[in-house]
Design a protein around this ligand. Structure first.
Ligand code: ATP
Length: 752
């Protein structure tokens, strides 16, 4: 991997876009003081994910953005982009070229990009850690920081070395694993407590389930009993129904017949109600007969009387005819005599009072003439007239007799007819009387049989009604049983059962069922589904939790093993690395100082470890602290032991500025040699060196450039001479840095 280019825009003094190409092993950046050279080194730090603004000489993120110059307004964002050639895949990402970009805004918000895709800082750091470019920035030595490694404490030193040795990646892995382990343990704790929480509930449910199972057993027993009972009941009902229906057929038929016969007989009797009418008719005939007889007798009597009169009249006529022959027999009517006598009396009375004789004589003559006239008259007329009258009378009587005779024959005819009718009616009535008697007898007989039949049918009906009640009970029981013991009770059609006319055994079965029902109710009644369901659910949850615990314990164990492995690896690699560094350190040191000795020793440091910026940035949630043991107790650090040639000085404190610079350069180069980072940036690391040491420094640099690309910010002529490419940085009159590629000779001028 090599560094291809750096692109700076809006970062610090680089208001305008500046691009630095690094296609040679050594690139130098030169320029006068304050032109912006160190800003380039900081641009590297920035783009590689540096989180300490302070280390980039700022207080806030804002300080990293170009703040405006004379005629240039300030900018709102600063961006730095670095491009690596990754054809060897030293960055673990499948691209031949990898660009990392970081942008900071005025509100201090940062954005990171890998090949243009927005990523997290973590992604950048992890990607770089894989290529030994760590956050500790051991490969970027800022101005005045040449002896940084010497000034650092044991722990920081260790971190820098770990970083340089490329062990950081193991740390991250370890941290990650520890974080996972913590999380796993936390989960385990939770799962354990969840399991503990549900344990009493499971025990409680278990007891409930036992009850439910007992109840289920009883219920299944109940189902069997019910099925048997129901099947028998069904058979009984069916059989009885058929039997009763069949038994009713004959009596019903007979009843029908009897009803019809009774109806017929009643119709006969009904008709006999006309009997009264007939009697009435008979009576009326009788009365008519008697009337006609009376009439006949009357006529006969009248005829007799008339006949008597006729014979009397005939006798009279005979007598009169005999009398008509003599006056003696002549009849003077008294009335006529009285009338004559009256007239005479009146004249006599008159005469008695009359004094006149003539008148008296007259009266006497009148009386005489009257008498004569009377006698004369009666002598002639009286006799003849009587016969005629009698004959007249006789004629009338005879006519009357004739009329009566006719009337009699009519009456006799009527009588004869009535008599005939009467007799006929009488015999009809007699005949009917006989029929009625038969009909009545029949009706009585029918009624007797009907009564008997009624009894039979009634008994059958009662049987059927009772059966209906049994059937209704049966249906109700079916429903009840289905509700109580489930629908399986209804599944009894396939069972075989004999018909039992005796209900005793069936009653016993029913009682047994009732007993079990009561016991079932005591045991908690129907249902239990909820309990079973809850038990099953809780149980499977418990099992799930148990499996979860098992899994978590397994993964915790795996993580512990992994952490242990990583620890071992770290220890081994670290020790190995330190040994290698020591070897190089000794060589470089001896080279620099012309002898002496220098080494690193691993020492135990009893100090609470400070969290790295990276950890701080990720926060507690993502990056839990190292296990307490590592945090609080002893941990390994690195001590530096030096011994200068021909001097008795031991220990860093006693070194001069130049000696410190040389020592740290020796160590830095030793570290870089052991595990060369892709590039190293050295900002005026050579500032304190005299000419002789500058040459040695230049030699070492050239040697180092075989392993790592070097970017050297320098004022040192010797150093400049070793660079393949030189960039000059100047501060424009408007107050922003300008970049130009220059030749060595120009560089000398620019650097001044
Ligand atoms: P020396 O050789 O003295 O070490 P140098 O070339 O390394 O100098 P730098 O320290 O890189 O110089 O540059 C410092 C310059 O950058 C100063 O002039 C400073 O004003 C300028 N500068 C720093 N931050 C900003 C900023 N945010 N906006 C504008 N200019 C800035």
């Amino acid at each position: 991997m090599y560094l291809k280019s750096l692109e700076i825009q809006g970062f610090k003094s680089f208001a305008k876009k500046a691009v630095l190409e690094f296609n040679v092993p050594i690139t130098s950046i030169v320029g006068p003081n304050g032109s912006g050279k160190s800003n380039v080194a900081e641009a590297f730090r920035f783009v590689l994910g540096e989180q300490s603004i302070k280390s980039m000489r700022g207080k806030r993120g804002e300080d990293l953005i170009f703040n405006g110059g004379k005629s240039m307004s300030r900018q709102n964002r600063a961006s730095v982009k670095v491009i690596f050639d990754n054809s060897k895949r030293e960055l673990h990402i499948d691209f031949d070229e990898v660009s990392l970009e970081r942008v900071v805004h005025r509100d201090s918000a940062n954005e990171y990009f890998i090949n243009g895709s927005l990523v997290r800082l973590k992604d950048i750091i992890e990607l770089l850690a894989g290529a030994h470019i760590g956050a500790s920035g051991h490969h970027i030595i800022s101005q005045g920081e040449a002896d940084k490694i010497l000034n650092a404490n044991l722990r920081e030193r260790r971190e820098m070395i770990e970083d340089a040795l490329g062990l950081k990646i193991y740390y991250y892995k370890r941290q990650e694993s520890e974080r996972k382990l913590d999380k796993t343990q936390e989960n385990l704790k939770q799962v354990y407590s969840l399991r503990k929480e549900i344990a009493p509930h499971i025990r409680f449910l278990q007891k409930q389930v036992e009850k439910v199972e007992k109840a289920r057993e009883m219920r299944s027993q109940l189902v069997t009993l019910y099925q048997d009972y129901f099947r028998r009941e069904e058979v009984y009902i069916k059989y009885e129904k058929e039997r009763l229906e069949k038994a009713r057929i004959e009596p019903e038929k007979r009843r029908q017949e009897l009803d019809e016969a009774a109806a017929r007989a009643r119709a006969v009797l009904e008709r006999s109600k006309n009997k009264d009418g007939q009697s009435q008719e008979l009576l009326s005939l009788e009365s008519k007969l008697s009337e006609v007889r009376k009439e006949r007798d009357e006529i006969m009597r009248e005829t007799g009387r008339i006949e008597g009169q006729i014979s009397a009249e005939e006798r009279i006529i005979k007598k009169q005819r005999e009398l008509a022959q003599s006056d003696e027999a002549k009849v003077v009517h008294l009335r006529e005599v009285e009338s004559v006598a009256e007239t005479i009396y009146k004249q006599v009375t008159q005469a008695e009072t009359e004094e006149n004789s003539s008148t008296l004589k007259e009266i006497v003559r009148g009386i005489g003439s009257l008498l004569r006239e009377f006698i004369l008259k009666n002598k002639d007329s009286t006799t003849n007239g009587g016969i005629a009258e009698s004959e007249q009378e006789l004629m009338v009587l005879r006519a009357e007799k004739e009329r009566l005779s006719q009337k009699l024959s009519a009456a006799q005819e009527i009588e004869l007819d009535l008599n005939k009718q009467y007799k006929e009616l009488q015999s009809a009535i007699e005949l009917e009387k006989d029929t009625n008697r038969d009909a009545e007898k029949t009706v009585f007989k029918i009624m007797a049989e009907q009564n008997e039949l009624h009894g039979v049918i009634h008994a059958l009906q009662a049987g059927q009604e009772k059966l209906q009640v049994i059937e209704a009970d049966f249906k109700r029981e079916l429903q009840e049983a289905a509700t109580l013991a489930g629908r399986a009770v209804l599944d009894f059609a396939h069972l075989t059962a004999e018909f039992e006319s005796d209900r005793h055994a069936q009653d016993e079965r029913r009682k047994n069922i009732e007993r079990i029902k009561i016991r079932l109710e005591d045991a908690g009644g129907a249902g239990g589904e909820d309990v079973m369901k809850e038990y099953d659910e809780t149980k499977s949850r418990d099992e799930f939790l148990a499996r979860e615990i098992e899994d978590l314990e397994k993964s915790a164990e795996t993580l512990r093993v992994l952490i242990k492995d990583l620890d071992e690896k770290l220890t081994v690699e670290f020790k190995l690395g330190v040994e290698k560094i020591n070897k190089q350190f000794q060589e470089f040191f001896a080279l620099m100082f012309g002898g002496g000795s220098a080494s690193l020793t691993v020492v135990k440091e009893e100090k609470k470890r400070k969290k790295s910026d990276y950890e701080l940035e990720l926060g507690d949630e993502e990056t839990p602290a190292f296990p307490e043991a590592t945090d609080e107790a002893t941990e390994e650090g690195i001590d530096i032991n030096v011994s200068l040639p021909q001097k008795r000085i031991k220990g860093l404190m006693m070194l001069s500025g130049g000696e410190r610079a040389l020592t740290s350069i020796a160590l830095l180069f030793a570290i870089s040699q052991v595990n060369p980072p892709p590039f190293i940036i050295l900002d005026e690391t050579d500032a304190a060196l005299d000419e002789a040491n500058s040459r040695k420094y230049g030699d070492m640099i050239e040697n180092l450039s075989k392993y790592s690309q070097l970017i050297l910010i320098t004022h040192n002529r010797e150093t400049m001479s070793r660079a393949g490419v030189l960039y000059g940085v100047t501060m424009s009159s408007e107050g922003f840095s300008k970049l130009l590629s220059i030749k060595f000779d120009e560089a000398l001028a620019v650097a001044k």
